[in-house]
Design a protein around this ligand. Structure first.
Ligand code: ZN
Ligand code: ZN
Length: 146
């Protein structure tokens, strides 16, 4: 078999792109594959376009990740140690004047205040109990109870 470009020369191999036979001068070795010189530019351009497409796809993946994180934070997915609404309600009902429910959700400062003032003279403990029941009570990270 002869080279497609050089009828006087023996072909050394075939272009993997067009399948035609070429001599060693006409073949270009790219990533261990042989291309003819006419095709190697085209193939490299395709590789570049593929890389560009991957680049543009990456920001989407990042955005998706960000969305997932937001979702887990608000919708309560993996990991967050949610405090129990029932436990907070019971602690508030039984020991609310000592601020036990505030200690329980990590609100140490106001817990001590409740402890010293008898749950703001009972009023704070009562308000907290109602707020816990209607689902408005938050822990120290401002996360809802479960
Ligand atoms: Zn070719
Ligand atoms: Zn040739």
């Amino acid at each position: 078999m002869k080279c497609m470009n050089h009828p006087e020369r023996e072909a050394e191999g075939a272009c993997v792109y067009c399948g035609k036979l070429f001599c060693s001068d006409c073949l270009v070795d790219a990533d261990g594959k042989f291309y003819c010189k006419a095709d190697v530019g085209r193939v490299l351009k395709e590789v570049k376009e593929e890389a560009a497409a991957t680049k543009t796809a990456n920001p989407n993946i990042v955005i998706n990740n960000a969305n997932t994180n937001v979702n887990t934070n608000t919708a309560g997915g993996t990991g967050y140690p949610y405090k129990s609404k029932l436990a907070a309600a019971l602690l508030c009902f039984l020991l609310g004047v000592f601020g036990a429910h505030r200690f329980y959700v990590g609100k140490i400062g106001t817990g001590i205040l409740w402890l010293l003032t008898g749950g703001l003279f009972g009023v704070g403990a009562l308000v907290d109990f109602i707020v816990i029941l209607i689902g408005g009570f938050r822990d120290k990270a401002n996360m809802p109870l479960k």
